[in-house]
Design a protein around this ligand. Structure first.
Ligand SMILES: NC(=O)c1ccc[n+]([C@@H]2O[C@H](COP(=O)([O-])OP(=O)(O)OC[C@H]3O[C@@H](n4cnc5c(N)ncnc54)[C@H](O)[C@@H]3O)[C@@H](O)[C@H]2O)c1
Length: 408
């Protein structure tokens, strides 16, 4: 859950959204927004909340109104589905019109008058008011569910990882292209304004040439029933990496261990090398006592640290580095002097928005207006290609895998 929901205003929002999900009218929500708007803001976060809230309620002078809403069918209401659903419920140009889960109890917990509720995915697909499906089902179902939806002419939001094989991921990408439908992979970090800021800094050359990217994504669990730690956590970091550097590695090595479930690694160390010398290193672990989501980028000009656990200063840029002087010594032999540059640390301002909310609206904008977005089917398939190469190395005790040769 993003930090902005910790302040009281968001608690109020949570309460009203919950009521709305139970059947209250959206007008109640809008009334609350107007009431809260009149109150003086006690801190910056409240101000931020009001803009966010007004946007969600479709009120306020800056909203653009359109008669066309995207009819959304939510599929899978387990752990992640309700988080995605909460954002589609309040997205200005979307309307959640159908819910599907094989688990009747989870379905019964949803109260949304007028919407279809069904345990049958086929019934949801047959509903004419469903323009797009949002698939929050287990990974091994992504391919068959997404394929069926595309064949039925529906736009698709599919959770990460896009599928469990690069072949099927690419097939979905091509099918969506052929049908002219939007295929959106929920690489939610690409909609995190801190990551977008990092890309902007790299593009502007603030860091100089990128020497290395190092990422730590560790926690105690959550153990997944169907995949190992790489399939679960690596999609986030690989999607971020590909988005930031826009290039493929030449080789991959990975080692890991499965202490808890034989054959299903719960920790892995991954290295990627690039033809320009850049190195990326990832640490994925479900057996860590603390939660860490941290990335360090080392550049020739500056160093950057991204810490997702920070509330205010998620990105820190260190004006530090080294430069080398080669000097002739008295005896005529050349010596190399490494000098250290120790400058300031700055933390750029980031206009934080809940990434899932940005992602939901990007999906809707892509459907209604063709607005480009970064987590396309093609990008999702590239992430899966890299995971497959990591898997090969992992299963062969760290063997170096030629990335280009590892996929079709
Ligand atoms: N983008 C992210 O940051 C993020 C975070 C967490 C999970 N996920 C992804 O979301 C997906 C779901 O993960 P989860 O943790 O919510 O799993 P989950 O097991 O908690 O939920 C899956 C739901 O799908 C339902 N389901 C299973 N078979 C079905 C069928 N045939 N028809 C309809 N519903 C069916 C289950 O009953 C369950 O409610 C996974 O692919 C996971 O990788 C993404």
């Amino acid at each position: 859950m993003s930090s902005q929901f910790n302040d009281p205003a968001h608690t109020i929002l949570g309460f009203y959204v919950r009521n709305y999900l139970r059947g209250s009218s959206v007008l109640d929500l809008a009334k609350l927004a107007r009431t809260v708007r009149r109150r003086p803001c006690s801190n910056n976060k409240s101000g931020h909340f009001l803009d966010y809230f007004a946007g969600h309620c479709n009120i306020g002078a800056t909203m653009t109104h359109t008669n066309k809403n995207v009819g959304v069918g939510m599929v899978g209401l387990g752990y992640w589905g309700p988080k995605v659903m909460r954002n589609f419920m309040v997205a200005p140009r979307a309307e959640v019109v159908a819910f599907c889960d094989a688990n009747k109890q989870r379905l019964d917990a949803v109260h949304h008058p007028g919407a279809l509720k069904t345990t049958s995915y086929d019934e949801l697909l047959a509903a004419p008011n469903v323009d797009a499906v949002v698939l929050c089902v287990p990974t091994d179902m992504h391919y068959s569910f997404a394929k069926k939806a595309l064949e039925a002419g529906k736009h698709v939001w599919v959770e990460k990882p896009m599928t469990d094989s690069a072949k099927t991921a690419m097939e979905l990408h091509l099918l969506a292209k052929e049908k002219g439908l939007t295929l959106f992979v929920d690489h939610v970090f690409l909609y995190n304004t801190a990551i977008v800021k990092m890309k902007e800094l790299i593009k502007r050359g603030i860091l100089g040439q990128i020497y290395y990217i190092e990422s730590t994504r560790v926690n105690l669990g959550l153990f997944q029933r169907d995949v190992n730690v790489v399939w679960d956590l690596a999609p986030h970091d690989i999607a971020i990496l590909n988005y930031l550097v826009e290039k493929d590695p030449i080789s991959v090595t990975a080692t890991g261990a499965a202490h808890v479930h034989p054959g299903r690694e719960e920790m892995a160390y991954v290295n990627l090398t690039y033809d320009d010398g850049m190195i990326a290193h990832f640490n994925f672990n479900w057996l860590s006592p603390v939660k860490e989501r941290r990335m360090v980028i080392g550049g020739s000009q500056r160093l950057l640290v991204y810490d997702d656990g920070e509330t205010d200063e998620k990105i820190k840029i260190y004006d530090k580095g080294v430069y080398v002087n080669e000097q002739a010594s008295e005896k005529g032999r050349n010596t190399i002097l490494v000098n250290y540059r120790m400058g300031d640390m700055t933390a750029p301002y980031i206009d934080f928005k809940e990434p899932l909310w940005v992602a939901c609206n990007s999906f809707v904008d892509a459907i209604l207006s063709g607005t480009p977005f970064p987590s396309t089917g093609l990008e999702g398939a590239k992430v899966v290609q890299l995971i497959e190469a990591i898997q090969i190395s992992l299963k062969e005790n760290g063997k170096k895998v030629d990335f280009n040769a590892s996929h079709p």
